[in-house]
Design a protein around this ligand. Structure first.
Ligand code: ATP
Ligand code: MG
Length: 215
């Protein structure tokens, strides 16, 4: 899938990390908006392996989250999906994601890490925070209910970060999971294929305490 550099010798690659349990239209709109604004050649979605922030809650299997991400992005020629995080043993840290992508995709690639305002606010607490800004430009997108220009963000290096308003999508994966478990619809919050996949695999059902979804 590696594509060649542009005439100027560079290739602009957006990176959308997430648990994607499930992927929803908030993720897709954010990636699309940043892609347009930054003239990105491609946005690669990177489902996490074990998300260290989410210890203590049940996370769907990596293959289910990977396949949902593939289904949701398949129709967009500029969206791709990477397995770097689900292949790497142990917990997922963004610093490793960015290093792996740089290695796999080559030195002609400029990385733009896309993150919602909630995740951005925690950025200084991420492992390897001191290295992060050498690896990528960070784009923080607005998210309903979260302050975009939060005090935490003021301490981040200004030339390495861009804050950007995107159309407000009041959707979270948590709300999608809760709705499914309560028998409420998630049509139009997630792509149609994701509704079908969740039904087919029986994800997020209330009695789903663990193994049904892992077979
Ligand atoms: P959960 O409720 O399980 O935490 P989530 O909806 O926050 O799920 P994640 O997979 O945690 O989804 O998010 C991946 C990235 O997408 C994060 O940077 C997050 O801030 C961003 N993001 C998620 N939903 C939105 C949204 N509705 N608008 C803008 N950004 C979003
Ligand atoms: Mg989240």
């Amino acid at each position: 899938l590696n594509r060649p550099p542009n005439a100027n010798g560079r290739y602009r690659l957006g990176v959308m990390g997430g648990t994607f349990d499930p992927i929803h239209h908030g993720h897709l709109v954010a990636a699309s908006e940043v892609g347009a604004r930054f003239g990105l050649d491609e946005v690669v979605f990177v489902p996490t392996g074990i998300p260290w922030q989410k210890k203590g809650r049940r996370v769907s299997g990596a293959e289910d989250r990977y396949l949902m991400t593939v289904i949701a992005t398949a129709s967009n020629p500029d969206f791709t999906v990477s397995r770097v995080d689900i292949q790497r043993p142990g917990e997922t840290y963004t610093v490793d994601t960015l290093k792996d992508l740089r290695e796999v995709r080559g030195d002609h690639v400029d990385l733009f890490f896309i993150t919602g305002a909630d995740a951005l606010a925690q950025i200084l607490t991420w492992r390897g925070a001191d290295e992060l800004f050498d690896l990528a430009h960070f784009v923080g997108v607005s998210r309903p209910g979260v302050e975009l220009h939060s005090p935490a963000v003021k301490h981040l290096p200004k030339d390495k970060i861009t804050l950007m308003e995107v159309p407000a999508m009041a959707i979270s994966s948590t709300a999608c999971r809760t709705r499914v478990s309560q028998g409420l619809p998630i049509w139009y919050l997630v792509p149609d294929g994701i509704v079908q996949y969740i039904n087919k695999r029986g994800l997020y059902a209330p009695e789903d305490n663990s193994d049904a979804a892992d077979q």
